[in-house]
Design a protein around this ligand. Structure first.
Ligand SMILES: NC(=O)c1ccc[n+]([C@@H]2O[C@H](COP(=O)([O-])OP(=O)(O)OC[C@H]3O[C@@H](n4cnc5c(N)ncnc54)[C@H](OP(=O)(O)O)[C@@H]3O)[C@@H](O)[C@H]2O)c1
Length: 279
């Protein structure tokens, strides 16, 4: 299985496979089964988070796979309640313990704080400390707007933020944020690539998929990859995991990518009440 990879900025660490495996909503046995299956099928990039309450199951699945740690790229995210400097490091150590590892490859701030209870400079410096202590190979953010990214770059400096993980799919192209990220050399990781299934029946994408003898899911994954975005679909079914991973071989034409971009309708799935004022 060949996978596209980004350049890695940290020496002796694995470059991030551009197609990873999401674990949101999956708990206990379901999380264990999905992660082990993804690893068996060739995925080497697992995305979890403290709030998913599945880091223990993810850690068990990784252990059961017997894949050497240095062949895996593991991401976790610090939850909003742990951003205070009194809890930040302890929460990361808890995550590492649950995942049965000494480090993650990528540690993200899951959501920016809307109420400013903890100043951004404080939690980003805590995040940077995790990098300096070797608890993570890379640091990044999630659900940050352009204004928040500008602020984060001012705090951490250019070139430190590895990724901004944001919702991106054909019904939410999120162009303002992705263009800003490109400008600042921040990798976009598009989450919920299928809008949790909402897109998989789309007529235009199905038509394009048929032309390539591919599935709609594969077509969406190719659309993301060809724009330089990483992505992390989740699946509990082996045939879906397998076909998603095989999407690395699908190449769409520029016209097809443009046509899919035309489906944008600002359909945002992840929009909790603590979300920022989106771009
Ligand atoms: N940073 C954040 O705030 C944030 C927010 C949301 C999500 N995320 C991350 O992004 C990941 C992906 O998002 P998501 O899991 O919410 O949604 P998603 O990946 O857009 O959709 C998952 C759904 O698609 C189905 N699916 C997967 N592959 C398929 C295929 N080839 N054919 C047909 N159906 C397929 C799955 O069903 P089956 O199980 O039946 O295959 C599942 O119901 C999450 O797991 C999480 O890691 C991050």
């Amino acid at each position: 299985m060949t996978q596209a990879h980004t350049d890695s900025t940290a020496s002796n660490s694995l470059a991030m496979p551009m197609l990873g495996t999401g674990t949101y909503r999956l708990k206990d046995q379901a999380a264990f089964d999905a992660v082990l299956m993804a690893l068996e099928e060739g995925s080497r990039h697992i995305d979890t988070a403290q709030i998913y309450a599945n880091e223990v199951a993810v850690g068990e699945a990784i252990k059961a796979s017997a894949i050497p740690r240095n062949e895996l790229f593991i991401t976790t995210k610090v939850w909003t309640e742990n951003l205070d400097s009194s809890r930040f490091e302890a929460s990361v150590i808890d995550s590492l313990t649950a995942l049965q590892t000494d480090y993650v490859d990528l540690l993200l701030i899951h959501w920016p704080l809307k109420d400013g209870k903890v100043p951004m400079a404080d939690y980003l410096m805590s995040l940077k400390t995790m990098l300096d202590k070797g608890f993570t190979r890379h640091i990044g953010v999630s659900n940050f707007t352009n204004a928040q990214l500008s602020q984060a770059i001012a705090i951490l400096g250019e070139g430190v933020i590895f990724t901004n993980q944001v919702e991106v799919h054909p019904y939410l192209v999120n162009a303002k944020v992705t263009e800003f990220c490109k400008l600042h050399n921040i990798l976009v990781t598009g989450y919920m690539p299928f809008a949790y299934g909402a897109i998989l029946q789309d007529e235009l994408i199905s038509k394009i998929a048929k032309k390539h003898d591919a599935t709609t899911a594969q077509t969406i994954l190719a659309w993301l990859r060809q724009q330089g975005f990483a992505t992390i679909p989740s699946s509990t079914k082996r045939e879906n995991v397998r076909s998603n991973l095989a999407a690395v071989n699908l190449v769409l034409s520029a016209a097809e990518i443009e046509a899919i971009n035309g489906l944008d309708r600002n359909h945002r799935v992840a929009n909790p009440d603590f979300a920022p004022q989106w771009d």
